[in-house]
Ligand binder design. Structure first.
Ligand SMILES: O=C(O)CCC(=O)C(=O)O
Length: 278
């Protein structure tokens, strides 16, 4: 398998827990835009819509639709995402965890609060990757931002819904620090992005995004969640996860073997979509 990423990019991902990949999904922008349009026309019952106090555009969030949205399935199984995942995670296996779409319509006055992804999830393990793919140009002032190096803090912060409600009232986790009021204390990074670029980050890296104050431009993003070698199912009694994956019968510590999480690549070999979902 030909190497797609240079060593500096891989080193950057390991050092900072985040890196930018320019143009890697340029040929998939139309497919993903069509998928998001289909998804927004037919959302899951648990899709969430957040609105700011000023009555501007919506912040639309949905996930786990890849088995019913043909364009998502095509992207997941046919794009170079799995190969890129193998290189960045330095992993023999790349498995789908899920996809997540995050659309901030023009004038959506809702920030994405600072958070880590890992504490929301029913998994644990060393090799994780989100590929956040913008489908509109995103200038620096409204891009997704990261605290460089926070993947190595050895912390798990309390997950909250994007309106600030905690996901679990009593999870024993600590609150995320007030980064917005102490921005100078943190190494915050973010990039101007073009459609089809991707920001690649570890599930432990702290990140957040400002509202979309543009008068007319949407900010559509497709976030692909991949996992690599050594990731296991993690169930904590009484704790709600997001996504919830209600049909899983896995036990805490099990390997992540379930139809929800198809293998995409193993030992450099790409795996086709399972028949049941093609
Ligand atoms: O798109 C956003 O505003 C947030 C994205 C995010 O938190 C994620 O992809 O994990």
């Amino acid at each position: 398998m030909a190497q797609r990423l240079d060593q500096d990019t891989i080193d950057h991902f390991y050092r900072d827990g985040v890196t930018v990949l320019r143009g890697v999904f340029r040929n998939w922008v139309d497919t993903l835009r069509a998928g998001i349009a289909a998804n927004m026309a037919d959302p899951n019952p648990n899709a969430r819509i957040y609105r700011g106090d000023d009555g501007g555009g919506r912040f639309f969030v949905d996930y786990c639709s890849w088995h019913r949205i043909a364009e998502y399935k095509q992207f997941i199984f046919e794009s170079p995402a799995a190969e890129i995942g193998a290189e960045l995670m330095q992993s023999e296996r790349v498995q789908l965890f899920h996809e997540h779409i995050l659309v901030k319509e023009a004038q959506a006055g809702v920030p994405t609060p600072w958070h880590q992804d890992m504490p929301y999830y029913c998994i644990d393990g060393p090799k994780t990757l989100s590929l956040w793919i913008p489908l509109d140009a995103v200038p620096r002032e409204r891009t997704l931002e990261f605290v460089a190096g926070s993947h190595a803090w050895d912390k798990r912060f309390r997950p909250q819904r994007f309106n600030g409600e905690p996901l679990n009232a009593h999870d024993g986790l600590e609150d995320i620090p007030d980064i917005d009021n102490h921005r100078d204390d943190y190494p915050i990074v973010g990039w101007d992005l073009e459609p089809g670029d991707a920001v690649a980050f570890d599930y432990r890296t702290v990140h957040g995004a400002p509202p979309n104050h543009s008068a007319s431009a949407e900010r559509r993003a497709f976030s692909l969640r991949l996992v690599g070698d050594g990731v296991r199912f993690a169930r904590h009694e009484g704790i709600v996860t997001s996504p919830p994956f209600p049909n899983l019968t896995l036990q805490h510590g099990d390997e992540l073997v379930a139809d929800e999480f198809p293998m995409l690549l193993e030992n450099s070999r790409k795996i086709a979509a399972p028949e049941a979902v093609t």
